[in-house]
Design a protein around this ligand. Structure first.
Ligand code: FEO
Length: 393
């Protein structure tokens, strides 16, 4: 599919309708796309980003269908292979083309794709490249989500090509976002999975984007936005330091003891006016769990004791939470044991990056008893007090 973005600007990228996993961990319930944008200037032609190498045949077909005889510049906003992977094939097809990118991205692509150094034209912050009647400006937007990521601004048409930034893993046949509820969900999932740890950089990068007159934001995954404020405002909501009045309970249970604690706690928290999301770590979609982490003020991990420690699914969740560095202010660990173990210590040790206050853990012996339920009520009461004492979104 070739989708027009503006006069002389087309998305010739590839829709991956049935891909189910990214990076061998991120679920893709809506598939994804690798957008690549061809820009016809009066003198030169540029292609912004490419696609996964296994999609080369489809990218090539789109390029041929547009009758492109020459590409002068391949603008590479990001070295990750879902956007850079077809560059070696493009260089075979268009040997005169130069890869235009920043120094860091050049180094990555020399390592990742074995592209010789002489194929690159290195640019830096604020540099411009004329295609004749169209001008590209390069804006460094690092850490969305790699250190070399950048954005390309087409000045005359006021289009920001942001690569992963403002992207969403969603396969669609049209160019621009239409079904905003669906896109909001998928863009939030995408933010949660890879952008959340870099909130501070994102805030600075948003300011850079907003310093230009922008009519269209065209990321390299999912739809483009002809109302840029929609996706920019959504990002501002997600990076807001204030959490929501939400408690996430990430749990696993083997013989129902931990499950009974979780069920009781859900009730106890709800009765006190807090929203609760309980995610069974054995069945949950990790993207949904990550989205809860965008908003939650309190995170609770609930685990049984297995082989003298937490259940491996709880360890995995703790590791993921630690890596995503959510904004949660409070955390707690609850669970059940038979004859001992180090569940609390092991989970805490895996969450060293979490800048949250750890509340008193609650580890009980066997099935919860009356006094254990009373302790869960105390925990719910404490969480309510903590939430009441802070500014929430
Ligand atoms: Fe879509 Fe970081 O690659």
């Amino acid at each position: 599919m070739i989708r027009k973005i503006a006069d002389g600007v087309y998305n010739v990228g590839v829709v991956d309708w049935d891909r189910v996993l990214f990076d061998e961990i991120v679920p893709l319930p809506q598939g994804t796309s690798y957008n690549a944008y061809i820009i016809f200037g009066s003198e030169k032609t540029a292609l912004i980003d490419t696609a996964e190498p296994y999609k080369w045949d489809e990218l090539k077909k789109n390029i041929e269908e547009l009758g492109i005889k020459k590409i002068d510049y391949i603008i590479s906003n990001h070295a990750e292979q879902d956007h850079s992977g077809c560059i070696p094939f493009l260089l075979e097809m268009f040997p005169e083309a130069k890869i235009v990118t920043n120094e860091k991205c050049k180094q990555f692509e020399m390592d990742l794709l074995h592209i010789p150094e002489e194929k690159f034209m290195v640019i830096k912050e604020g540099d411009v490249l004329s295609l004749g009647d169209k001008t590209l400006e390069f804006i460094m937007t690092p850490w969305v989500h790699w250190p070399e990521t950048m954005t390309t601004y087409l000045q005359e048409d006021k289009i920001m090509f942001t690569c992963d930034f403002f992207g969403s893993h969603v396969a669609i046949s049209h160019a621009f976002a239409k079904d905003y509820d669906r896109i909001y969900h998928e863009a939030k999932r995408y933010y949660a999975e890879i952008m959340m740890p870099f909130r501070n950089f994102i805030e600075r990068n948003i300011k850079k984007i907003e310093s230009r007159d922008v009519k269209i934001i065209a990321p390299s995954h999912g739809p483009a936005y002809d109302d840029p404020s929609y996706i920019i405002n959504a990002y501002k909501e997600w990076i807001d330091a204030r959490p929501k009045n939400l408690v996430l309970i990430a749990f696993v249970s083997m013989h129902e003891s931990t499950r009974k604690m979780v069920d009781y706690l859900i009730d106890a928290l709800s009765k006190r006016g807090m929203e609760v999301r309980a995610r069974n770590l054995i069945t949950t979609d990790l993207g949904e769990l990550a989205m809860d982490l965008v908003d939650a003020a309190t995170i609770i991990i609930a685990t049984p004791t297995m082989l003298a420690g937490p259940h491996p699914a709880a360890v995995s969740a703790a590791y993921l939470i630690n890596a995503l560095r959510p904004k949660a202010r409070f955390a707690a660990i609850i669970g059940s044991y038979g004859w001992g173990g180090k569940a609390i210590d092991i989970l805490k040790a895996n969450m060293g990056n979490l800048k949250a206050e750890f509340l008193e853990p609650l580890l009980i012996k066997g099935l919860p008893k009356k006094e254990d339920f009373a302790s869960l009520d105390e925990l719910a009461e404490e969480i309510k007090k903590k939430h009441d004492s802070m500014e929430i979104q």
